[in-house]
Design a protein around this ligand. Structure first.
Ligand code: NAD
Length: 310
């Protein structure tokens, strides 16, 4: 199985590293517009194969899409990341052109591929990739909810003082500081509702920390994070290539699900070899439904801004 990652920056390279280490694909191609960066990172990663024990081949290329030919999955991480104090939405001007151009180049060489969009503002970039490519909606998947959910579970495990892998939880809605919806009501410690162990104030703090999880890291690192984003992309790619049919919150086109239409936004999806195999309808309470409407309104406003740019 072949995976191409466009954008060999922090997130792209980290994603390639996890895909190889976890033996998710037999071949990874890293492509970047900056001369030498993809080749350099691919070579460096290749030289970890014997110590880490994987056989995935990793090739790097500067803007030559012919090498990406026949990719089963393409991950788009090209574009600019945010700097401290910036919102993801402020990246729209630069990243829209990049995502549009990259998706059309990719499809020239891999017409049957599944595209995973990572570049921010991710929900709007997913919508753009879908509209501009004309691909069927199951083949364009925005990655944000997988990352936000892993941050949510991580903050819950700290608050509970329990192992992170004993925690279940999900974040839906937009992938933005004010649009994501950590579903604290449904989070559990091995099936027991976390509300049995954490009071409302603590749960509210976990949700708030999750929502600004990316911004907290951007402030510390001076640029946006890459380990958890790269790992989350690899988790999603694994579910596609190995047909795991995991339930993962992803940004996908809604056509009436959750009462929403003509929008890509995070909802729980079954992810398998066809990409988005189905959307899972979880019963939201009135407060969560209202949060979803508010989140969707903000994502739609961003999509409207996009239409003004293109
Ligand atoms: P980075 O600056 O480290 O890497 C981006 C790379 O894209 C650079 O190497 C750049 O040369 C390359 N690039 C730019 N234009 C290109 C083009 N036209 N073709 C090919 N390559 C091109 O940034 P990063 O930290 O890796 O972040 C990448 C993107 O992912 C940003 O938009 C960031 O906001 C986003 N991101 C999303 C999530 C998420 O959960 N969806 C998480 C983290 C970061």
């Amino acid at each position: 199985m072949k995976v191409t990652i466009v954008g060999a920056g922090n997130v792209g390279a980290s994603c390639a590293e996890y895909i190889a280490q976890k033996r998710i694909a037999s071949e990874v191609v890293l492509l970047d517009i900056k001369k030498g960066i993809a080749e350099g990172k691919a070579l460096d990663l290749t030289q970890t194969a014997t110590t880490l024990g994987f056989n995935t081949t990793i090739k790097g290329v500067t803007n030559d899409y012919s090498l990406t030919s026949g990719s089963d999955v393409v991950v788009i991480t090209s574009g600019v990341p945010r700097k401290p104090g910036m919102t993801r939405e402020e990246l729209i001007d630069i990243n829209a052109g990049i995502v549009q151009e990259v998706s059309s180049s990719i499809l020239e060489y891999s017409p049957d591929t599944i595209i995973v969009v990572v570049s921010n503002p991710m929900d709007t970039m997913t919508y753009l990739a879908l509209q501009s490519s004309g691909l069927s909606k199951n083949r364009i998947i925005g990655m944000g909810g997988a990352l936000d959910s892993s941050r949510f579970k991580s903050y819950l495990s700290i608050a509970l003082n329990k192992p992170a892998n004993d925690i279940q939880g999900m974040v839906i809605g937009g992938h933005g500081d004010t649009t994501m919806i950590p579903l604290t009501r449904l989070a559990s410690y091995n099936g027991a509702p976390v509300s049995q162990y954490l009071d409302e104030k603590t749960l509210d703090k976990v949700a708030a920390d999750t929502m600004i999880g990316g911004a907290t890291l951007t402030k510390l690192l001076g640029t946006s994070a890459w380990y958890a984003p790269g790992a989350s992309v690899s988790y999603l790619v694994d579910s596609i290539l190995n047909n795991h049919k995991r339930m993962i919150p992803c940004s996908v086109l809604l056509e009436g699900e959750y009462g929403l239409k003509d929008i890509c936004i995070g909802v729980p999806c079954i992810i398998g070899s066809k990409g988005v195999e189905s959307i899972v309808d979880i019963k939201l309470n009135e407060k969560e439904k209202q949060q979803m409407i508010e989140s969707a309104n903000k994502v739609t406003a961003m999509n409207t801004t996009l239409k003004g740019i293109l």
